[in-house]
Design a protein around this ligand. Structure first.
Ligand SMILES: [Zn+2]
Length: 394
């Protein structure tokens, strides 16, 4: 990945705050370096607040590497000072996330070690940062290098495609029968090859003519009054009449039931079975605390996610995901403690509801610093997923 465009912006008073705009494909990212001098009053400086607001109003991902000279256990310092408290309040009220992980010191001198450098992101960028860490290499400074990966993703490409289910089979049959002449028995190898070639060409041509090329686009379904002169609806009526009077094209034997009828019956049966299993109440301790029960809306939100996201959310809500408590139970991790705070077992309820190191993330996404497990049931799946990603544990 190479940035295609960089713009440098700094405040006129000096280089305490420098921001660059990086363009990759169609996406822009704002990366900022901020120094908050110890002798200055309450952080953060006005220019940083303005930058945060500007990124918010332009929907731009922002990442700030910040020498904050401020202490708070929320980003791994040993204690909390007033500057740290003020800065945390600013971060919470501005909807910003802290990306620091662990308690490895970012500032090291002969007689002092502390975490005073913070990496901050807004809601458009927190899920893009992975593998945040403090480097041990020599940095020629009393501050250590902070490293992380920025996942810039791929640029969506508009793709053309054909959907065979939408083929107009009557058109296909018409074109194919016009293009394939009466059967002729081939006698030589070149004749067989020529027949195969012609037939293939005719099939492909008929398919292409009866199944139009489509682009990925959004379809909006609206109800319109029937038989009242709406052009598309009149056309649909004509085609429906034609379809019902045509001879059947498709697998035999023909059954006089709409396709939706057996599908609906299977659907109802599955739903009843799920409800029955859930009500029986065997096992599933964490899942029962965190999930309301089987439901169409939650299922829809889940199946619309990609595979990696489904993996994270089901692991988190059932307690069988990649968290240290579960991994140590099945012998895959030597330690069951939380990687963020190190004080409790790292299970779903601790991470979602109680871990003190992610209260900022909880405030931003759930509206409260600490929650009861039952509160999670009311939160939409995509929000729980955004929270999980923002913790950096998944
Ligand atoms: Zn924790």
């Amino acid at each position: 990945m190479g940035p295609r465009l960089c713009e440098l912006r700094s405040n006129p008073e000096g280089l305490d705050l420098v921001a660059i705009k990086v363009t990759v494909g169609r996406s822009c990212y704002i990366l900022c370096s901020a120094y908050l001098p110890y002798e200055s009053p309450t952080p953060p400086p006005r220019q940083l607040m303005e930058l945060v607001e500007w990124c918010k109003s332009n929907n731009l991902p922002l990442i700030v590497g910040c020498d904050a000279n401020a202490h708070h256990t929320c980003w791994g310092s040993k204690d909390v000072n007033q500057r740290g408290q003020d800065l945390l309040e600013f971060l919470i009220s501005s909807g910003l996330d802290i990306l620091n992980r662990g308690t490895k010191p970012t500032f090291v001198t002969r007689n002092r070690q502390e975490v005073i450098d913070i990496t901050i992101s807004n809601s458009w960028s927190s899920h893009l940062v992975t593998n945040w860490r403090v480097s041990s290499e020599v940095s020629m400074s009393d501050h250590r290098h902070i490293l992380f990966n920025l996942e810039t993703g791929t640029v969506p490409v508009e793709r053309e495609y054909r959907n065979p289910k939408l083929t107009v089979w009557s058109t296909y049959k018409d074109i194919l029968s016009r293009n394939v002449g009466p059967p002729v028995r081939p006698h030589t190898i070149p004749q067989i090859e020529s027949s195969v070639k012609n037939l293939t060409k005719a099939v492909v041509h008929a398919y292409e003519q009866s199944c139009p090329v489509r682009k990925r686009n959004k379809v909006r379904l609206v109800w319109v009054p029937g038989h009242s002169g709406v052009a598309g609806n009149e056309e649909a009526d004509v085609l429906a009449r034609k379809g019902s009077s045509d001879t059947l094209t498709g697998p035999e034997p023909a059954i006089g039931l709409p396709y939706s009828y057996p599908l609906g019956s299977i659907d109802n049966w599955t739903r009843e079975k799920c409800q029955e299993d859930w009500s029986r109440g065997i096992g599933l301790r964490q899942a029962r605390l965190l999930i309301k029960g089987p439901g169409a809306a939650a299922t829809r939100s889940l199946v619309n996610l990609n595979r990696a996201s489904i993996n994270i959310i089901t692991g988190l809500l059932t307690g069988h995901g990649r968290l240290n408590k579960h991994l140590s139970t099945i012998g895959l991790s030597p330690d069951s403690r939380c990687r963020l705070c190190g004080t409790s077992d790292e299970d779903s309820i601790h991470v979602l509801c109680h871990c003190p190191r992610v209260i900022v993330n909880r405030h931003r996404l759930f509206g409260a610093g600490y929650l009861a497990p039952e509160d999670i049931r009311e939160i939409p799946v995509d929000r729980v997923l955004a929270f999980a990603r923002s913790t950096g544990l998944f």
